[in-house]
Write a protein that binds this ligand. Structure first.
Ligand SMILES: Cc1ncc(COP(=O)(O)O)c(C=O)c1O
Length: 450
């Protein structure tokens, strides 16, 4: 495991630096230099922030996952609210203290320098952040463009898809993100094509999932475009994306892959997915500030996704012409390299293993309880640190809301209701890497009392 980069371990003294940068000298050579220096933020930051613990040598991620003292040290790098066990970290992630420091410094810098920074230097810094994201994904720089969130990335792919013909079909699944299912239904209506929804069992595994998709492909020979989710937001189920995408490609079906919940929760690179188009965010499991997503489009695959309305790309080679984000949070984008550095310093495989371990702690207990139904992956290959459950037979929205309230009010455990599964509503449980095994015990206690 690499150590945290030096600039992540120091506190900013940027205020003074930036204040001097613009105070009346804009346009001079001195100001130019200062503006540039401050856009590299934080190499001069000094006060103490927690250090990441060194990873013990020769220890597997699975073994390290059980080392509470190691993860307690990791947790020191995060500000944590006291008084409630928060097991709802699927909404958005958390910046480490170091990343937050960089974000604050960048915010101050941008807010001080405004257009002087924006017009002179942002383009280069945006390219730097984009390239860092591409590198971490294992993609080429030209294959990635930063967006504001996964929704922007996926919506643009859906709306700008230009290859429909009469009688075509589009496909999505009950485990997909509810808002994207709605967008697929809207797409079908506006493009005058047929929508098909695949239903997955409440508990399932990799081979069963693949089988269901392949049967759907064979049943709908006019299938042209499908939404495929890497990790379901409802219960953390992993889909065998590469295998499904292979079967789809063989039949000429185009795949839009939703990786909003997977990047950083799982350790993978884009090549592992075997898809041409994917949408990500960095504000969930990568730990960037809120407001950063990414769109991946494999080189040579751009033709069927038109440029964003008004953009021009005659040779279909420019991914950045597929979005037009306009003014967005500069500081969030500038903090991307720091967030990825921090994520990688802990180690993507270590994070994945720790989160799985925390899930298994409560799932193993829950499975012994006759009144609890655990949802999602039946096997390790199909499950992540994110999981879900409900009281057997209680599948309505009201049932799920009541259960969420009981967990919160009687047991001080914060979770969230998820809707959209064909089998009914559920409670999603999503620990983060700063959650301890002790905190998971609080959920187990609650489950045993329900
Ligand atoms: C599976 C899935 N897809 C898409 C999204 C949307 O992500 P974003 O908020 O970054 O647009 C989410 C957010 O929770 C999600 O869980």
């Amino acid at each position: 495991m690499s150590e945290v980069p030096e600039y992540l371990n120091r506190r900013r003294v940027l205020k003074a630096l930036v204040a001097g940068a613009v105070g009346g000298t804009v346009g001079t050579l001195a100001a130019t230099k200062l503006v540039h220096a401050s856009s590299e933020v934080a190499s001069s930051v000094t006060a103490k922030l927690p250090q990441l613990p060194k990873t013990p040598k020769n220890i597997s991620p699975e073994m390290l996952a059980k080392d509470e003292s190691f993860w307690a040290q990791v947790a020191l790098n995060y500000d944590k609210v006291q008084g409630i066990v928060n097991l709802e970290h699927g909404y958005w992630g958390k910046m480490s203290k170091q990343v937050q420091e960089v974000f604050i410094a960048k915010t101050e810098m941008v807010n001080t320098q405004l257009s002087v920074y924006g017009r002179r230097h942002f383009k280069d810094d945006l390219a730097h952040s984009t390239n860092r994201a591409a590198q971490a994904l294992g993609a080429e720089n030209e294959e990635v463009v930063l967006t504001r969130n996964a929704t922007e990335s996926i919506h643009n792919l859906m709306r700008q898809y230009n290859n429909f013909e009469v009688n075509d079909t589009v496909l999505f699944a009950d485990i997909d993100y509810p808002s994207f299912k709605d967008t697929m239904r809207w797409l079908a209506k506006t493009q005058n094509v047929e929508p098909v929804e695949v239903i997955l069992p409440a508990q399932t595994n990799q081979s069963e999932i693949l089988d269901i998709y392949v049967k759907a492909f064979d049943k709908h020979p006019n299938l042209k475009l499908m939404l495929l989710t890497h990790v379901s937001n409802q219960h953390g189920l992993i889909l065998p994306v590469a295998d499904i995408a292979k079967a789809a490609k063989m039949r000429g079906i185009d795949v839009i892959c939703d990786c909003a919940q997977s990047w950083g929760l799982l350790d993978f690179t884009i090549a592992d997915l075997n898809v041409d188009w994917a949408g990500f965010n960095l504000h969930k499991w990568i730990g960037s500030p809120v407001g950063v997503g990414a769109l991946y489009m494999k080189k040579g695959s751009l033709e069927k996704i038109s440029p964003y309305p008004g953009e021009i790309d005659p040779n279909n080679t420019l991914v950045n012409k597929r979005v037009h984000t306009a003014t967005s949070n500069f500081a969030s984008i500038l903090t991307v390299p720091a967030a990825i550095d921090f994520h990688e310093s802990i180690g993507p495989a270590n994070k994945e293993a720790r989160l799985r371990y925390l899930r298994n702690l409560w799932v193993e207990e829950a499975k012994k309880l006759p009144n609890i139904e655990v949802l999602g992956g039946e096997d390790d290959a199909s499950s992540t640190g994110m999981g879900a459950f409900r009281i057997k037979g209680k599948v309505s929205l009201d049932d799920a809301k009541m259960l969420q309230q009981r967990l919160e009010n009687e047991f001080n455990v914060f979770t969230v209701v998820r809707v959209g599964l064909a089998s009914g509503c559920c409670i999603r449980v999503t620990p983060q890497i700063f959650i301890s095994a002790e905190e998971i015990k609080q959920l187990i206690l609650a489950l045993k009392s329900l």
